[in-house]
Design a protein around this ligand. Sequence first.
Ligand code: AMP
Ligand code: GLY
Length: 400
Amino acid sequence: MGNKNPSILRYAKASLIVRETDWEKILDFALLNKVDIAFIGPDPVLATPLVDSLAEKGIPVASPSKDAARIETDKIFMRNLLQKHGVPGGVENKNFTSEQECKEWISTFGKGFVVKPRGLTGGKGVRVMGDHFSSWQEGLSYAIDLIKKDGSVLIEEKLVGEEFSLQAFSDGTSLTGMPLAQDYKRAYEGDTGPNTGGMGSITDHDHLLPFVNRKSRDDAFNILKQASSALRTEGFPFKGIMYGQFMLTLSGVKLIEINARFADPEGINVLSIMNDNLLDIMFEIANGNLRSRVQFMKKATVLRYIVPVGYGSQPKPGKLMIDPNNKDDTKMYYAAVNGTLSSVDMTGSRSLAIVGIGSSIPEAASKVDSAASLVHGDYYIRRDIGTEEMLARKAASFRN
Ligand code: AMP
Ligand code: GLY
């Protein structure tokens, strides 16, 4: 890991503090410690040769090869693959290497569009018309910057609707789904302010969402299944976690993107209510004999991140004092912090995830409120995530 996370350290027999993309050092560490199985968390690592190198050395890995991970690490590869194999849920899109062609296309497109860097940007590189820029000229100028920097850019039609996440375990052949989740990326309450890595997320007791029914969930799962089968056909079977970000639009479920790892924070919601042993599942992924069902409690979850004041623009990291949390229905997960379980130094990134588990989303949210009172110091947390008011506001906007 990149920092001394006290909560991970307490479970670790050995540890290495290293830049997460320093894959050769991580490989040496894995060999030295004779690890039984490897699982990769963060996306930048999936773009390194680590997974392939571990597999070559005979270490079972429950994560995708570098080629299979291109489904996340190369957005142009993803759109082309899905188009080639006729996977549903696609959006109008085009990639450009020429500034002139890009200008001609954008200036006559006539609809809202989104400008996407080809590679990984930590959730902060995508710019959406109406949110991040207001005219096609402004969008074009960002697209041209990206062509200069990366050699290419992806332009997509702008989708309008309700976003949701569906994660699935995949052993290269079959997929097993997890509960749906919704992620709140904006820094401030009421979904305003800059986009962040994610301020919180929710799941519902029935594993659907208040705005997403069984049919839409099944449509999303089918898109993931077909994407996985397209990868297999191309010779890159996908092992690990497939995490689809979808938009429920007036013309059905559309795919925003597929990631090759757990969603952050939505992965924490679902793992908090999982009733099966994650390690057993990892071995099944690595061995290609994944079970067809994974058990999750029929409970709702709400997660909110404690972050430094100013997170999203100019974070001012301070210190947090944390009282012990002995409740089964709230969990605290340490993120980008250094220190001990009771006292941590924040970094510029997210500090502590608090998860509440309840019979409904608002009940789970109220559990987060009580657990947050165990954390002392200068910090920011979005208190609206999962509340009755927020769900009502969303329901109203959905009807419009
Ligand atoms: P990404 O970094 O690709 O996860 O994108 C960040 C966010 O940009 C997504 O969560 C969406 O809110 C938004 N976004 C990406 N693609 C589109 C699209 N085609 N239409 C509308 N919004 C999009
Ligand atoms: N939930 C956003 C992400 O993990 O990319």
